[in-house]
Design a binder for this molecule. Sequence first.
Ligand SMILES: [Zn+2]
Length: 341
Amino acid sequence: MDIVIGIDIGGTTVRVGAITSEGELLAWRKAPIEAARGPQAGLEKISGLIQEVLQDDDVAITTKPVSLLGVGIGCTGPVDPVRGVINNPYTLPTWENVPIWAWLEDRFSVPVTLENDADTAALGEYWIGAGRGVKKLYAITVGTGIGTALIVDGRIYRGLDGAHPEGGHQVIDPSGPSCYCGQNGCWEILASGTAITQMGREMVSSLSEPIKESSLEGIQDVSKEFADSPLLKMNQDQIDTRKIAELAHQGDDLASKIMQKAVDYFCLGLANIIVLFTPDMIVFSGGVMENVDLYMPAVEETIRKLDGIVPAERIQIRQAQLGSYAGLYGAAYTILKKVSS
Ligand SMILES: [Zn+2]
């Protein structure tokens, strides 16, 4: 049986999997990418993970003898899918102009592909996940950042010279915080998991000030409404998106207010995507969207408002099915398409 290797490189973790041409994940490994140690150390680590996966008992038993067709990579962007070069000092510090494609081709003597990780995650959902066979599929991943991808007839929609359009950097509020891309108030800087954590810490800090500095009157005036919130008793580093969402689920007013702000920003970006692309399906994925129930009332309201100007109510909204494996499947799909064409 023929197999391919799928690789998913994120800002903190790299995953490597052996996948059959029918889409069965036989074995996989993950490890911290430790980008700051430099790209050479990262490439050696990836090479080691590929060797480990290929020698895994499950691969050996199922596919004897192992026939490796190629290696597909999805990587946090920006990447150059035409030359096979990663150029992402933003979320992979020190990874500037890293020719990963040539390096792996040389090491394993098989064809290699390189795509943005939002694109590979979307392709994974198209191939064997929530968006199986959907003509126009728009995927939104909300985690540390916000990644977007558009799949049309099973192919990645590309811009100039193969560029990956960055939906996470559409400006939602020009008076908002500055983003590493050079703009202010990007979607990612207002509605990602990082943004929710940041908003939570800022709100708690602004509500806590009067309690520390002045009298009981301060508490009553400024934060009476939220005085019972467990968030106000936490240290800044204990406050993160997971905790805020958990408390929002329990009905805590302050946590709900923080989440609602993030949900409102999310829906502004979503509305832009709906009016610009009107896809057949929108798939939500990423750690933050595990709390999709907190988002759905506002998402449904957004869709209701837009229906008419575009057929928004006919757009299917789905939760991703493949979780953190989507990128592995999608990366495998890209190399399978390449070797079969
Ligand atoms: Zn930006």
